[in-house]
Design a protein around this ligand. Structure first.
Ligand code: SAM
Length: 299
């Protein structure tokens, strides 16, 4: 099967399968084995866990993941790439390849199903002592945010994720309160995991070369303290409305478009949660948003 990350091999596979890389599908394939190994190493695989990969493409990462984990569940939207991957890696019984749009996948159900597909029980079978699933992906850039949101909001008990994204998105994912790039996506990620930038990646390691730089982000999943019994939908509605008008004060933003709270309810909630109404959305951390949401819910 050869090295599925060498430039010559990827070009040859594209010619053989008649694949013209589609920009809308974010088809920029890794052609540098060192980056592939770096991404996989950051996942710290133990050889027994289930790994989800979004957009396996020709299988540069998939091949390495199969060598180091118990089961790989790969979701690819492009039928040509799904066929190529089946032809080259399909003989490995530990690969479950699904042709689907990752934006609409119900991850928890898919993982359960994939584990049941296995003919014999193995170390990948989910039990109380088994390792939690991991996520490793070079994400398609056009749909990074919805795909990531779906993965995070699924009920899968992730342990760790390593994702390659556009550098600007990596900055938003890892941003802390008060910074220019801090926004709703930073809050969503912070709710689920500690995010850390692992590496910056130049455009030269892809074929074809994207116009932007990339970066690898590592996510360590953990529950955020103090969120118990707080409806997630309500919390993120407040966050979205606040960031919807990030240049305005919090009071103005929450009273404005998108918010469904009365002026009085907004003023009272800000006062009771001890948050200065003239602060802006980008200065609040998740714990403050949680306090504010509880007040807006009338708790
Ligand atoms: N993993 C390969 C690599 O690193 O060389 C390819 C990564 S490429 C950046 C993104 C991959 O995601 C492509 O194979 C593309 O066809 C696939 N893709 C694009 N949109 C998708 C979607 N909505 N659901 C699943 N896969 C998608």
């Amino acid at each position: 099967m050869g090295d599925l990350a060498s430039p010559a091999r990827i070009r040859q596979l594209a010619a053989e399968y008649g694949l013209r890389p589609n920009r809308h599908l974010g088809q920029n394939f890794l052609i540098d084995g060192n980056i592939v190994r770096k991404v996989v190493a950051a996942a710290e695989l133990r050889g027994t866990e289930t790994v989800v990969e979004v957009g396996p493409g020709f299988g540069a990462l998939t091949q390495e993941l199969l060598a180091r984990s118990g089961l790989v569940v790969a979701v690819e939207r492009d039928p040509i790439l799904a066929r190529a991957l089946r032809d080259h890696l399909g003989a490995d019984p530990r690969l479950v390849l699904v042709k689907a749009d990752a934006r609409t996948v119900r991850w928890n159900e898919l993982l359960q199903w994939a584990i049941e597909q296995r003919q014999e029980p193995g170390p990948w079978a989910r039990g109380p002592e088994e390792p939690r699933p991991k996520l490793v992906a070079n994400l398609p850039y056009a749909v990074t945010a919805p795909v990531l949101a779906g993965l995070l909001e699924s009920e899968v008990p992730w342990e760790r994720g390593v994702v390659m994204v556009q550098r600007e998105v990596a900055e938003r994912i890892t941003a802390v309160p008060g910074s220019r790039t801090y926004g709703a996506l930073s809050c969503l990620v912070a709710y689920h995991a500690d995010a850390r930038l692992v590496a910056r990646v130049p455009a030269t390691v892809f074929w074809p070369r994207p116009e932007v730089e990339s970066a690898v982000v590592r996510l360590e999943f953990r529950p955020y303290p103090g969120m118990e019994a707080l409806p997630r939908d309500s919390l993120f509605r407040v966050i979205r409305v606040a960031f919807g008008q990030r240049r305005k004060t919090l009071r103005q933003a929450l009273r404005g478009r998108g918010g469904f709270w009365s002026r009085e309810a907004v003023d009272q909630a800000l006062e009771r949660s001890g948050i200065d109404p003239v602060r802006r959305a980008e200065t609040l951390d998740l714990a403050e948003y949680a306090r504010l949401t509880r007040q807006l819910l009338g708790e």
